[in-house]
Design a protein around this ligand. Sequence first.
Ligand SMILES: Nc1nc2c(ncn2[C@@H]2O[C@H](COP(=O)(O)OP(=O)(O)O)[C@@H](O)[C@H]2O)c(=O)[nH]1
Ligand SMILES: [Mg+2]
Length: 452
Amino acid sequence: MFENLTNKFEEIFSSLKKAPSLDEKQVEEGLRDIRQALLEADVSLEVVKEFTSKIKPKLLGKEIIRSTSPGEMVVKIVYDEIVSFLGDSNQEINLKKVPPVPILVVGLQGSGKTTTSAKIAKFLEKNNKKKVMMASLDVYRPAAQEQLRLLGEQNNINTLPVIEGQLPTDICQRAINAANLNGSEIIIFDTAGRTQIDLQMMSEIKQIENIIKPSEILLVADSLTGQVAANVAKEFMNTVSLTGIVLTRSDGDGRGGAALSMKYVSNVPIKFLGVGEKIDNLEVFHPDRIANRILGMGDIVSLVEKAAEDLDQEKLKKTEEKLKKGQFSLDDYLSQLRQMKKMGGIEGVMSFLPGVSKIKSQMDNAGVDEKIITQNEAVILSMTKKERENPKIIDGSRKKRIANGSGTDMATINKLLKQFKMMSEMMKKMSKGNMKGMAEKGIPPELFNQLK
Ligand SMILES: Nc1nc2c(ncn2[C@@H]2O[C@H](COP(=O)(O)OP(=O)(O)O)[C@@H](O)[C@H]2O)c(=O)[nH]1
Ligand SMILES: [Mg+2]
């Protein structure tokens, strides 16, 4: 979502960094470019003005102009300000209430409330080890309650049984009673939305708020709608006591403006990002990490956390040991590929890495994509255990058999074996600490050509 903004900032900073010293005119130009970049990212004008007026005096400060590395100082000042606009630090879901702790999910129709309710339920069960129940208060849209029930069923989350014709306020009471009986520690209330804000929706939400007294009222907003999302937040803020925001469709090609405007206009923190349609496509929002991502400094911490979450630690260690001994096998390669797929494919991994726009465009140009991962998976699965452990024994006739088994051809098998060889070499290099060099300069051409 921040790609364009990142590219712009990388451009602005790279020219500022080149200058051995900065004069007032250069700083003014830099400021103008930053302003332009933010506006293009659909940050609201009010926020852009506030942002630039905050950094301007700092950028024009004497220390910067006299500094020996003024470009670096500009980056630091912009970074700090972005973090402050995003909300300084992560704010966890407030569960400090006598159970069942009620969490109310509100927002416009189609913003992702129902999906997000299920994602948060799953998140709290997994990370906070809580027993969660979900209840749908959307009695207006046909099948809305059924949608939540189904999400619960598919993901093993308890939902309040649906009783046709009941009013939202009555469902609230029934949910609380049910939670007390079945020992649920948290109830997530999914509500009905409208295509735009109207009085009736607001008064209903207000009524619900008074009955359930939620510990959190989370506004779900679609990041693709940019400034509109920020305005919606403002309106909700005026009626109910919002406590947090979840920005959905952050996986889409929104321009990032919503994230930057939200906290400022609503004065409540962004708590999560929705990053896809699946149940675990939810990311805890860390302002500092997002600022890093926006400024092209990468988000290594999130990447590592994500990997640790998905990966079997034991396996990871074994792979590492094998790698050191030069015993990386096709089985290990297969689990690497699967790992990559889990993390959102090559695109997903790349978006977290610092300064990899170069590698990414190489990949894009070469058409290295998810299809290849899936194909390679099929090929490796068609090999025998022996072959996976020692690919050297794969001769012509074995290749033919594997090609038949995986529904591919000889050329695909050859390519994969070549890629595997390249991967092992690359791994060896990376484990010797050449990662940074590669991130900056791109994959060395002799290796990259083999990838294609
Ligand atoms: N790509 C993407 N799609 C999402 C995300 N969150 C929700 N959606 C999709 O948006 C659509 C509407 O979601 P829903 O939860 O029914 O919205 P509601 O009307 O607010 O309850 C569904 O197709 C969801 O799968 C997200 O973070 N990323
Ligand atoms: Mg819904």
